[in-house]
Write a protein that binds this ligand. Structure first.
Ligand code: 5AD
Ligand code: SF4
Length: 439
């Protein structure tokens, strides 16, 4: 039998990219490759890339420079760039980064074996065709780096919201949903393999729609019904279409986790309009009120961009006000990074000075730290059902898991193991984790 060749994959960016890497792993293992975590034994190196901010691209380019070394050591080594940077830059990336042999956009992974043949013949190979219907529904992801407890399930691809700052509609193409039967089947298989948590992934999960009329609420319910011991999470929701129906579905199933990621981006109505977010701050607040009413105890997290085109001190204060008003449990916070060919790049000037962006970002980070700490502090004395995920790196005597609100909880290991549900009473916290005792 042929000896299997070795593939090393590195992944950058969002959860969707990590999920795509598992699809790629599956396609390649069907073509006589096996994955390796050791780059120096690789015959093939893939980088699955992100274009969301300039620094994400810079990081990948720096990494590509490092790969040159391996190519010198092993002349037949092939290097492929996958994902959003491949899609955005196309041939340009090959001319700028000479060590790259293969360029593959997010909808072209089925073509990888053929592209690899081309590259092995000594030619550069590229496929960046976007698809209107590719969902990789029939491909069984290889669960690389899995903890055996939680897994992603990709339920839709692409985005058509066209937020003015965002490159995703260009790199990931048209919105399309995956057949619900294949999603429910995948969740069931994961449960039988011992997994206890699935996260349904899409750039905008609330837009999920299958031909038979199944919308996201219905899909979520079907996945929740796979087994009461299977936790279900989802990301990401767009505030403009977070419906009461969805919140009521969540309320009806205790295994749908009490945690909603609802990117606000800015607290200023003027900026939200320029961002083409299609909601204003009062709509957003009213959605938060609906969550508080229908799902008491639900954690709320967000994404914030600071320093968007023309943002004033007043706009910035509106964002801080919004953060205070919602009292987010967690936030991802970014400086605006202008992306070529987006609506904002074409229509507005990236005119907030870098220093101002930095100061505002720091204020936002400081406030969020305070809010996160306050939120954790308020949990002291409460008891949560925790799904254990891994043995704590530091001591080996502690288990680490998460509660329904997605907070990390650390507690004494005793005889428990990853995959167990354990009731933990919180008795201390840091800004990032809760600590407790098993009860
Ligand atoms: N600059 C900075 N942050 C961005 N995001 C998306 N595009 C940009 C950009 N051009 C952020 C948004 C989004 C998250 C995934 O990344 O907050 O919700
Ligand atoms: Fe990055 Fe967006 Fe592409 Fe994900 S979809 S990898 S966040 S650019």
């Amino acid at each position: 039998m042929d000896q299997k060749r070795k593939l090393y994959i590195e992944t950058y960016g969002c959860q969707m990219n990590f999920s795509d890497t598992q699809i790629v792993g599956s396609i390649m293992t069907d073509h006589n490759f096996e994955t390796t975590g050791n780059i120096s034994e690789a015959d093939l190196i893939f980088v699955n890339t992100c274009s969301i901010r300039d620094n994400a691209e810079k990081r990948v380019r720096a990494r590509l420079q490092e790969f040159k070394r391996y190519k010198k050591q092993k002349p037949g080594l092939i290097i492929g760039v996958l994902g959003c940077m491949a899609e955005r830059l196309k041939e340009q990336l090959i001319s700028e980064e000479k060590m790259v042999d293969v360029i593959v956009g997010p909808d072209a992974y089925r073509d990888l074996p053929r592209l690899l043949n081309v590259a092995e013949g000594g030619q550069k190979a590229i496929n960046v065709i976007l698809s209107a219907d590719e969902t990789y529904a029939d491909i069984n992801p290889v669960r690389l780096d899995s903890n055996g407890v939680s897994a992603f399930i990709s339920i839709m691809r692409g985005c058509e919201n066209f937020c003015s700052y965002c490159v995703v509609p260009y790199t990931r193409g048209r919105e399309r949903s995956r057949d619900p039967l294949t999603i429910v089947k995948e969740a069931g298989e994961l449960f039988s393999e011992g997994y206890r948590e699935v996260t349904l992934l899409g750039q905008n999960v609330n837009s999920y729609k299958w031909d038979d009329g199944t919308g996201f609420s219905k899909l979520l319910e079907r996945v929740a019904m796979v087994n009461p011991l299977l936790r279900v999470r989802f990301a990401t929701s767009h505030p403009k279409d977070l419906t009461d129906e969805l919140l009521h579905t969540m309320a009806a199933y205790p295994n749908i986790c009490r945690s909603i990621h609802l990117p606000v981006q800015s607290g200023s109505d003027r900026i939200l309009k320029l961002m083409n977010r299609k909601y204003d701050s009062s709509w957003y607040r009213q959605r938060i009120e609906a969550i508080r009413k229908i799902l008491p105890g639900c954690a709320i997290s967000t994404d914030i961009i600071t320093g968007f085109c023309s943002e004033t001190d007043q706009d910035h204060r509106d964002t801080l006000d919004m953060m205070n008003w919602v009292a987010y449990d967690y936030a991802f916070m970014f400086k605006y990074s202008e992306r070529p060919d987006t609506l904002a790049h074409k229509k507005y000037k990236d005119d907030v000075p870098e220093e101002v962006k930095s100061v505002r970002l720091q204020e936002i980070i400081n406030l969020q730290q305070e809010l996160s700490f306050r939120s954790n502090h308020a949990d002291i004395g409460k008891t949560f059902e925790v799904l254990a995920e891994s043995v704590s790196r530091k001591s080996g005597k502690e288990l680490s898991g998460r509660n329904s609100q997605n907070k990390v909880v650390v507690f004494p290991k005793k005889d428990y193991k990853p995959g167990d549900y354990i009731n933990v009473k919180v008795n201390a916290c840091t800004p990032a984790t809760l600590k407790g005792e098993v009860i």
